[in-house]
Design a protein. Structure first.
Length: 191
C-alpha cells in the first residue's frame, strides 16, 4: 500500500511540472513505417532470387557505367528486357520483364514475370528504392513486394584536395599541380 502511494505521488510530482514534448521520428521509425506501408500495398516480402528475378541491383555510379536498356527476343514469343535508371549517385534496375510462351494442350499461353522499382525521397536523407514483382498468367496480374532498399549518400572530403575548399588540415600532404595542368583546366592556350 505504501509503495502504491509513493508511486502515485512520484507520478503526480513528475507530471505536474513537465511540458508536453514531441519528438521527430527517427530514421528507424521512418524505415519501419515505409516497410509496413509497402507490405500493406503489395503483400509480404518474397525472395527475388528464388523467383528468378534480379532484384534492385543498386550500384554506385562511380563503380559501374549504367546500361540504359537491354532487350532480347528469340523469335518464338519468348523475350526479356531490362531498363536501368541512373541517378546522380547510383544506378538501379527500374524495370525487368521476362515472357515465355508455353503450350497448354493445343493452346499457347504467355507467362510473364517481372519487376519494377520506384525511387522516392527518404526524409532523413537519401532515397528509398522499392522493388515490386509481378506475374501475369492465366490467373491474372498479381503483384508482391520484393525489396525495400535505402540509398544514403555520404559526402567525404578527401584530405589531399581539401585545401581547395578551405584551410589545410594539420599534417596534410601537399600536392603539386603542374602549370600545364592548371592552364588546361582554366582554358589557357598551351600552344
Amino acid at each position: 500500500m505504501f509503495q502504491t502511494v509513493l508511486a502515485i505521488l512520484f507520478l503526480y510530482a513528475t507530471n505536474s511540472n513537465c511540458e508536453e514534448t514531441t519528438t521527430q521520428p527517427d530514421s528507424e521509425d521512418e524505415d519501419s513505417r515505409t516497410l509496413d506501408e509497402s507490405i500493406r500495398l503489395y503483400g509480404p516480402l518474397r525472395n527475388y532470387e528464388e523467383l528468378g528475378l534480379p532484384g534492385p541491383d543498386l550500384t554506385k555510379v562511380a563503380i559501374s557505367v549504367a546500361q540504359d536498356a537491354k532487350f532480347e527476343n528469340d523469335g518464338s514469343g519468348n523475350y526479356s528486357f531490362e531498363f536501368r535508371a541512373t541517378t546522380k549517385y547510383f544506378v538501379y534496375i527500374a524495370r525487368y520483364e521476362k515472357g515465355e510462351l508455353e503450350m497448354i494442350g493445343e493452346n499457347s499461353s504467355l507467362r510473364i514475370k517481372g519487376q519494377f522499382s520506384e525511387k522516392f525521397e527518404r526524409k532523413k536523407g537519401g532515397d528509398y528504392v522499392r522493388t515490386v514483382g509481378y506475374t501475369v498468367d492465366e490467373n491474372g496480374y498479381k503483384t508482391f513486394l520484393l525489396d525495400l532498399s535505402t540509398a544514403v549518400t555520404k559526402y567525404m572530403l578527401v584530405p589531399a584536395i581539401s585545401h581547395l575548399f578551405g584551410p589545410p588540415l594539420p599534417n596534410e600532404p601537399k600536392i603539386r599541380i603542374s602549370s600545364t595542368v592548371l592552364a588546361s583546366l582554366s582554358g589557357g592556350n598551351l600552344g
